[in-house]
Design a protein around this ligand. Structure first.
Ligand SMILES: [Zn+2]
Length: 188
């Protein structure tokens, strides 16, 4: 609540009173974002939805470019989260397990911690993690990684038998090529 009598700004204001910008996140999503400079000596960047606006809390002392960078990063992240909510990994893994006669994982979910790998599995518990970077890839590439991780539930190592299992997926070779190119583009 503002207690001043200044005329309202023409710029849209967020719940905190900070200026709201609409940022284009990945996948054509548009995210209403406001930047709030922390009063306290907060060193980390944080963001949360307040109504329909993503409030990005940044430390004071960042340059305008740095603030813009972090607002965009956070907008991307929330867009990614929204998108991952729309992918039913459990159903997808179930279909793939049935089609390729592979084990059904006890649990499969997206992880944002998988920055170096596309997926991981723990054969002992039957759990599978899929990097949420795959939400930026076509569905047939995501399916390849699911096939790959489910095959690991049978065969933990990259043995000949493992690749025989995986290469039954018709687009396996293309998907590996896609992922190599994607990784290259990402790390440039
Ligand atoms: Zn592997």
């Amino acid at each position: 609540m503002s207690s001043t009598s200044r005329p309202p700004s023409r710029k849209e204001r967020g719940p905190s009173g900070a200026a709201v910008a609409v940022r284009a996140a990945r996948y054509g999503a548009f995210v209403k974002t406001e930047i709030v400079r922390s009063q306290r000596r907060r060193k980390t960047i944080a963001a949360r939805m307040v109504g329909d606006t993503l409030r990005v809390m940044v430390p004071t002392g960042l340059s305008a470019e740095e603030e813009e960078h972090w607002a965009t990063v956070m907008a991307d992240r929330i867009a990614l989260k929204t998108r991952s909510d729309h992918v039913d990994l459990t159903a997808r893994a179930g279909d793939i397990a049935a089609a390729y006669d592979l084990p059904v994982p006890s649990q499969i979910r997206f992880s944002s911690r998988q920055r170096q790998r596309w997926g991981s599995c723990t054969p002992a518990t039957g759990t599978v993690r899929i990097s949420d970077r795959l939400l930026e890839c076509p569905p047939w590439v995501l399916d390849y990684v699911i096939v790959h991780e489910l095959a690991h539930l049978l065969e933990p190592n990259h043995t000949d038998r493992f690749w025989e299992l995986v290469d039954r997926y018709a687009l396996a070779e293309r998907a590996r090529g896609f992922l190599l190119g994607f990784e290259h583009a990402e790390t440039r």
